[in-house]
Design a protein around this ligand. Structure first.
Ligand code: PGA
Ligand code: ZN
Length: 408
C-alpha cells in the first residue's frame, strides 16, 4: 500500500504549443508525473475538457484534498471517486483533462507501490491476475492529411490537402525493434520520393509526424506509400479517414468530389481491392451508423473497420456499435473517456466481442509514454503513435523497445 501524500497540477505545452495539464503525485515510493494530450479531430461524444487553468484549479483545490491519504492501489475506487466528485455524464464539471491526469499518476504510483512495471500493473487491473505479455503491432502514421495539416488551396502551392487524415504502415516483423527499423526505411524512402517529386520545400510534417506533400488525391497518396515500401516485405497499410471532418450536409468531400454514402463505400471497396489495406478507421461520419453498417457488411470479413469518433472509448457507444454491427475494431484513447478504469472497461468489452483493439495517441501529444505500457498491459492488438520523426511520438516507441527487451 502507498498513500497519496500530495497532488499538484501545473501547465505544460503540448506538441502543438497549446497549454495542457500535468500532474505530480507523491507517495512514500516517490513522485509520479503524467500529462494529458488533446485531439484536433475530436468526436462529439468525447468527455469534456475544461480550460487548462480551470483544470489545474480543480485538481489543486477540489481533487487533491479528497484524494490525500488514499491508497494508490485502489485504482477503481479512486477513479469512481473522481467520477462522483465530477457528477456529470461527460466530466464537464471538473474536466476530463483534470480527472485523467490524476488517474494516470495514480496508476503509475500503483505500479511503483507493487514494485512491478506499469504494463504489468495495468494488466493486473484489467484481468485481475498475472498474465504473460505480448507487444502490440505498431501502426506508423507517415502521411498526414485532414485536420492534422494546416494548408488550404489558397496557399501558394494551390493544392488542397488530403481528405483522409492518416496513412499508416504496419510492418509485420518478428519483433517491434525490427518493425521500427522497417518503418524508418520506408519513411526515408518516402522522404526521398517526395523531395524528388515535389522539392525540398515540401518536406514539412503534419501534427503526427507524417509528411504532408501538396497532393489531394487518395490514390496518389497510396501509390506514394506503396513505392516507399520498396523492397521491405510484409508491410500492410491502414487508413484513419476521420470522415466526420469531410462530411457536410449528407455528402463526403473527398478527392475534389462530393460523394454520397454508397459512393464512398464503393470508393473504399476499390481501394481495398488494389492496395494492401488491412484496417480502415472512421470511414464514415460519427453519426452515420448506416455508413458503418454497410462497410462492415461489405468489407468486415476481410479487414478491420475501426470506430474512433464513432465509439469514443465509451462503453455505451461500443455496445451500440456492437448491436448495430457497425465495427469490428475500436480505438482506445484515455482522454476520450477520462479515467484509466473506464478505458480498461472499454477494452475488455471490445475484446469480449472479438474486436481488434488499438491504443492510440492524440494529435496534440506530450512527452508522456503511458500509452505504451497501456497497450502492452491491455494486450492490445495495435498501438497507434504517429511517425518516429517526432520526439513526442518516439518516446512511446522507445518505451515499447524497453518493454520488449524486458520481456525477452
Ligand atoms: P486526433 O486524431 O487526436 O486529432 O483526434 C487522432 C485520430 O483521429 O485517431
Ligand atoms: Zn481516428
Amino acid at each position: 500500500m502507498s498513500k497519496i501524500k500530495s497532488i499538484v497540477a501545473r501547465e505544460i505545452k503540448d506538441s502543438r504549443g497549446n497549454p495542457t495539464i500535468e500532474v505530480e503525485l507523491e507517495t512514500d515510493k516517490g513522485i509520479f508525473v503524467d500529462s494529458v494530450p488533446s485531439g484536433a479531430s475530436t468526436g462529439v461524444n468525447e468527455a469534456a475538457v475544461v480550460e487548462v487553468q480551470q483544470a489545474i484549479k480543480n485538481v489543486n483545490e477540489i481533487i487533491a484534498p479528497k484524494l490525500k491519504g488514499q491508497d494508490v492501489l485502489n485504482q477503481k475506487a479512486i477513479d469512481n471517486l473522481l467520477i462522483e466528485l465530477d457528477g456529470t455524464e461527460n466530466k464537464s464539471k471538473l474536466g476530463a483533462n483534470a480527472i485523467l491526469a490524476v488517474s494516470l499518476a495514480v496508476c503509475r504510483a500503483g505500479a511503483a507501490s507493487k514494485k512491478i512495471p506499469l504494463y504489468q500493473h495495468i494488466s493486473e487491473l484489467a484481468v485481475g491476475r498475472r498474465t504473460s505479455h505480448r507487444l502490440p503491432m505498431a501502426m506508423f502514421n507517415i502521411l498526414n492529411g485532414g485536420a492534422h495539416v494546416r494548408r488550404t488551396p489558397s496557399d501558394s502551392r494551390g493544392v488542397d490537402k488530403l481528405a483522409i487524415q492518416e496513412f499508416m504502415v504496419i510492418p509485420d516483423k518478428n519483433s517491434f525493434a525490427e518493425s521500427l527499423i522497417s518503418c524508418n526505411k520506408i519513411f526515408n524512402n518516402l522522404k526521398e520520393n517526395i523531395e524528388k517529386n515535389f522539392g525540398k520545400e515540401n518536406l514539412d510534417l503534419g501534427d503526427e509526424g507524417g509528411f504532408a506533400p501538396p497532393i489531394s488525391n487518395i490514390e496518389q497518396a497510396l501509390y506514394l506509400l506503396k513505392n516507399a515500401v520498396d523492397g521491405e516485405t510484409d508491410v500492410k497499410f491502414a487508413l484513419d479517414c476521420a470522415a466526420s471532418e469531410f462530411y457536410k450536409d449528407g455528402k463526403y468531400k473527398i478527392d475534389g468530389r462530393e460523394l454520397a454514402r454508397t459512393e464512398l463505400l464503393e470508393f473504399y471497396e476499390d481501394l481495398v481491392k488494389r492496395f494492401d489495406i488491412i484496417s480502415i478507421e472512421d470511414p464514415f461520419s460519427q453519426e452515420d451508423w448506416q455508413g458503418f453498417e454497410s462497410i462492415v457488411r461489405q468489407l468486415g470479413e476481410k479487414i478491420t473497420i475501426v470506430g474512433d469518433d464513432l465509439t469514443t472509448t465509451n462503453i455505451k457507444r461500443i455496445k451500440e456499435a456492437h448491436n448495430k454491427l457497425a465495427c469490428n475494431g475500436v480505438i482506445l484513447k484515455l482522454n476520450q473517456i477520462g479515467t484509466v478504469s473506464e478505458t480498461i472497461e472499454a477494452c475488455n468489452l471490445a475484446k469480449s466481442y472479438g474486436w481488434k483493439t488499438i491504443v492510440s495517441h492524440r494529435s496534440g501529444e506530450t512527452m508522456d509514454n503511458f500509452i505504451a505500457d497501456l497497450a502492452v498491459g491491455l494486450g492490445a492488438d495495435f498501438l497507434k503513435a504517429g511517425s518516429p520523426a517526432k520526439e513526442e511520438r518516439m518516446v512511446k516507441y522507445q518505451r515499447l523497445l524497453e518493454i520488449e527487451k524486458e520481456l525477452k
